[in-house]
Every structure is written in C-alpha cells, then in structure tokens.
Design a binder for this molecule. Sequence first.
Ligand code: SF4
Length: 264
Amino acid sequence: MKGTIFDIKRFAVHDGPGIRTTVFLKGCPLQCWWCHNPEGISPQLEKFQKEITLDGKVFKTEEIIGREISVDALMEEIIKDKVFFEESGGGVTFSGGEPLMQAGFLLQVLKKCKAENLHTVVDTSGYGKQEDLKAILPYTDLFLFDLKLMDPTAHKNFTGVDNQQILANLDFLIQQKAQVIVRFPVVPRINDTKENLSAMKKFISARKELKEIHLLPFHNMAKSKYERFGLHDNFQDIELITHFDIEAISEYFMKEVLQVKIGG
Ligand code: SF4
C-alpha cells in the first residue's frame, strides 16, 4: 500500500514527547486561513514553477511537492532514528495535512510502528470519520487535537468546514479514554476574541479528562511558502495584533486545565 507525503522532519521536538520523526501526509479537507503548510492541503502531487538566479542568469525549473511512498519504505525512514526515540522518550508523529485523509495508509504504518514498539502520535484537525479514529485508536499513544473556533459559522468561514464533526470526534476519543492534548492555534483577530476564548474554556472545563492544552501562537513564517507556491495569503494585509497577550490567554486557561504550554 502507498501513501502520499510531502515532508519528513527528523529530530522534531514540538510534535509530542521527546525527539521525534514527524511525517507530513498530503491532503487536508480544511482550508484554514492561517495554514502553515499550504503545500499539504491538496492530496495530489503538485508541480510549481520556480526561478533560480545563478551568476545573474535566471533559470526556470519545476518543483514537485509530494511523493508517493510505500508503508515499508516509510518504515525504513522512521526506524533510522529509533535509538534517539528510545533515549529521549520520543517516537513518530503523523501530521499533515490531515493524516485521517489517508486513514488506510495511516493505519498500516501505525501498526508497523507498534510492532517496532515505537511511541505514536497523530496530530489531527479532528475532521475525519469516526470509524477511522476507532481503527487507529489501538495503535495511537497520543492525539494532538486541534481546536480552532467554537462558533460553527466562524469555523466554516475561516476553515471551510463546520466544527460539529470535530467536536463529536473529540468527545468520542474522550469516551474511548484516548490520550488527548488539545492544541489551540491562537490567530490574531480570528480566534483570540473574548467570545471564542470563553466558549473554548467552557467546552474544555466541561471535559475533566482534558488535562493539557498547547497554545500555538500564530506567526507568519509561512509567508514565503505562499509566495513561493503562488498561493493566496489571507494574512497578507492583516495587521497581526492580538486581542490578548499569549501569557494572558495561558493564565486564562490555567484555571481550568492542569497544564498549559505555549508552543507544541
Ligand atoms: S487543518 Fe492544519 S493542515 Fe489543514 S488547512 Fe488547517 S492548518 Fe492547514
């Protein structure tokens, strides 16, 4: 079986515990305004023209984003760093894009990872089929689960999809006693409003099983990617001023959950 990935990041330290290898699966059903991996949204391999200047001469060349890879070939890449995982309490993280978009492939790789006794993390938008979550659950040690906007209309406006399925999937994982850390990408003027923070706090505090939240402050480091791939950047003309200081947001959540971490 083959899947499509667009990157493999070794020695990652923000995608779960310890030193990790993060595999980025291509394809996402969302289109978040603030996406840091816009090249991971389309499930297809994509060709982009790029220009390189050498000795004052401009050369046009083509860049292909994404590659197909078999389960076994991906496992070979992953286990190269097994010794670092063992020493640091790390493992492998599946991110994207949205890993659940390639649920069959993800399941096969997760099974092989568990056969190798590797710690596994799935970093998800939560938008996927519940049956797929159920299938990967026995092979996933930790879910990093994004919560972005609590208002369904705002969620649809800024990500392209409603949040009903996402919230239902989060509740499903909680019921199944999965290990879940909520990740909140804090995006100025979009979800750092008093209304959203209050709704999110209410949602989290009603679920005592959620013990940790990671706040991911927005940065526009993906700006160059939007330029490079000729994609529309929604933040091009938006002034990046937060309504609340990230520390204040952290304090705000601290009263409800045991642990708040800034960054992944
Ligand atoms: S869910 Fe993540 S990968 Fe998908 S569009 Fe949103 S930010 Fe990008």
